[in-house]
Write a protein that binds this ligand. Structure first.
Ligand code: HEC
Length: 492
């Protein structure tokens, strides 16, 4: 306590203007509050509380659930199922929730063991809300390098996941920044070096720019934004329109992302949704949800080419992905459950070079970094389709716990993992094809059941981690409501 007061005193003496500038600079390229604030005996007291009431079951090789609570490093590592705490967010930390909200009695009282007193709970929460600093004052996960951002569309919240440990390490609560509870964050684009990230808010009609420390830098107004795509070779960020918008403007947003200046470019068809950039040429591809039409935009000279696909059937292209070498573009179709494959070295007007049948309603596709596989969650089936680019066929359908209305996708920079976000809404009356998911809730609905019943979390979303080598699910990360778009930094 003395140390804290002393440093505040120094700050005031030294002139707050300088201190604030230094703070702002030191925050660039770091996670929130990564600087060492003060040395603290707060952690020491936290450890004493845990030693007294938790460590008897939570230490060593036989630790309950594999969760060890006997050191700072172990607490941060969580269990193999997930994090025990999210720095700066006690409210959404399992360690806090399980000891207060667990249905059937707070933990560990439900096991007949003495639980935490109210004072101990608020002491722990206070520590977590200050970033769970170590004895030396280090902030938890301040040095995480490769970050995955998951939009929680039902919760006005972004979950930040460390792709090394696959733990949620930060949350960004949009309501705390003045946005509405129904802001509906939808999709996220990240600078290749991870320095900034952008998120579309469907209902708040806005696109926001954050820095790496999750400080809101800038924002602009855009009607019903949906998907975002960023050109790594220019300053341009592109924005399409949300599926939720029935008749949005027939334009795409072209954003100069350094100053967040917006221009709109007409696409001459209704409901432009899918969006991808081919970085070599700078060409931008978008497709209509309401017509079998694809537009190629050349922002350099502001020209546009339209392509209408033949045939009677409505396809409803959901999203595009461009292969890492820039040659291929995959487009998932909601109504015909296919992946259209375009050869971008040829004019789009020659049509797809392949139409690969996959499982029901493939959503956001991702190429793996080696270009060999395409992954797409099947939004109406709780499965993930895996397409082999060599044979250009569906080679595997992944199923398992955690997949529930899969939506977004992303890959880790090192080619180890594919991430699939899941809505898990279970809206009454929603048609869910359970034939291949095999996951049934007691109510008869399919979906993901959270590991702990905390009274208010039956509909939480997930991010499922798939190992690319074994093509199997290795982890289910619980996030908040309605996992939608994912965005990952690409830098090594
Ligand atoms: C009597 C043994 C015991 C004690 C004491 C105990 N726990 Fe647990 N803990 C368990 C068991 C068993 C589980 C698994 C719960 C289940 O299977 O329902 C668990 C699960 C947890 C989890 C969830 C881990 C995960 O990732 O699934 C957390 C967090 C946790 N305990 C925190 C605590 C805290 C904090 C304390 C002290 C206040 C504590 N526990 C005390 C036995 C104990």
């Amino acid at each position: 306590m003395k140390t804290t007061l002393f440093s505040i005193f120094l700050l005031v003496l030294g002139g707050s203007k300088i201190a604030v500038t230094e703070l702002a600079e030191s925050r660039t390229n770091t996670l929130p509050n990564s600087q060492i604030y003060y040395k603290s005996d707060q952690y020491q007291e936290v450890q004493e509380i845990l030693n007294g009431k938790c460590v008897s079951c939570h230490s060593g090789p036989a630790a309950a659930r594999g969760l060890e609570l006997d050191s700072w490093e172990h607490i941060l590592a969580g269990s193999k199922h997930g994090e025990a705490l999210i720095p700066f967010d006690a409210e959404r930390s399992l360690l806090s929730e399980i000891t207060t909200k667990l249905v059937g009695g707070p933990h560990p009282e439900e096991l007949g063991e003495p639980g935490l007193t109210d004072d101990e709970k608020s002491f722990l929460n206070n520590w977590i809300d200050r970033g769970a600093p170590s004895r030396e004052g280090l902030i938890a996960f301040a040095d995480a390098e490769h970050l995955l951002y998951a939009a929680n569309q039902g919760d006005a919240l972004i979950s930040v996941i460390d792709m090394e440990s696959n733990l949620v390490i930060r949350t960004v609560d949009l309501q705390e920044l003045g946005f509405s509870a129904n802001a509906q964050p939808h999709h996220i684009a990240v600078e290749p070096d991870g320095s900034y990230w952008y998120v579309s808010l469907i209902s708040d009609n806005a696109i926001l720019k954050f820095d790496r420390s999750n400080t809101l830098i800038d924002k602009l107004t855009f009607e019903r934004p949906g998907l975002l795509a960023l050109d790594p070779n220019t300053n341009k960020l592109y924005a399409g329109r949300s599926m939720a918008a029935v008749s949005p403007p027939q334009t795409i947003g072209i954003i100069d992302r350094s100053g967040m200046d917006l221009e709109e470019m007409g696409v001459f068809f209704p409901r432009p949704h899918a969006l991808a950039v081919e970085p070599e040429s700078g060409a931008v591809y978008t497709a209509s949800l309401a017509a079998n039409q694809i537009a190629t935009l050349y922002p350099e000279d502001e020209s546009i080419e339209l392509f209408t696909m033949g045939g009677e059937k409505m396809h409803t292209i959901v999203q595009f992905a461009v292969s890492p070498d820039g040659q291929w573009m995959a487009g998932t179709t909601e109504l015909t459950s296919s992946i259209f494959l375009f050869d971008l070295t040829k004019n789009i007007e020659t049509g797809p070079v392949d139409t690969i049948l996959v499982n029901s309603a493939p959503w956001h596709p991702s190429f793996t970094p080696d270009g060999q596989w395409i992954y797409a969650g099947n939004n109406r089936e709780n499965t993930v389709s895996v397409v082999d680019m060599n044979s250009r066929t569906l080679v595997k359908v992944i199923e398992g716990n955690g997949l529930s209305q899969p939506h977004g996708s992303a890959t880790s920079h090192d080619g180890r993992y594919v991430y699939i976000s899941n809505r898990n809404l279970e809206t009454p009356g929603m048609q869910m094809n359970s034939s291949s998911s095999g996951i049934t809730l007691p109510s008869g609905k399919t979906g993901y059941q959270p590991r702990y019943d905390l009274g208010d979390n039956s509909q939480i979303g997930t991010v499922v981690v798939i190992d690319i080598y074994s093509q199997s699910i290795v982890k289910v990360i619980e996030i908040e409501k309605y996992g939608s778009g994912l965005g990952a930094s690409r830098a090594n």
